[in-house]
Design a protein around this ligand. Sequence first.
Ligand code: HEC
Length: 116
Amino acid sequence: MFLQQSLEDHFGEDITFDDKADEVQLINYLINNAAERSSFKRSKKIMRSLPGGAYPLKISETPYIKRKHEEIPKRLITQPEVGSIANCDACHQDASKGIYDDDEMQIPNARLFNYD
Ligand code: HEC
């Protein structure tokens, strides 16, 4: 199965579970909450931004998310406190709750880098 293979090689890491029930739960969660099934505003925006049939493996490579972050200077993303754009909660404090509004967004050391 495609998703199980992905767990064995998740961008170079094996993240398979010892307990297969947990693995099934995770896979079902991912399928049921995928952007194409979600009614959330941002999921729809992400889906609308995709050219027909193109499904990037990373959310950070979808046109909507790329567009939202294209003005951030590289040095703010590569600094140790962030590391990469995939580290969503380094800047979006409430990312774990699915909140990405401006009010809950703070790039670490933005002032030091003269960006605010
Ligand atoms: C280096 C800090 C940083 C990281 C890391 C980051 N973001 Fe952002 N994000 C921003 C900034 C700055 C904006 C633009 C300001 C805004 O509109 O909130 C933004 C905007 C957004 C928006 C649009 C918010 C809006 O109201 O228009 C979404 C959605 C979003 N980010 C999701 C993500 C996701 C998902 C990730 C991880 C894959 C991520 N971000 C990683 C800084 C970051």
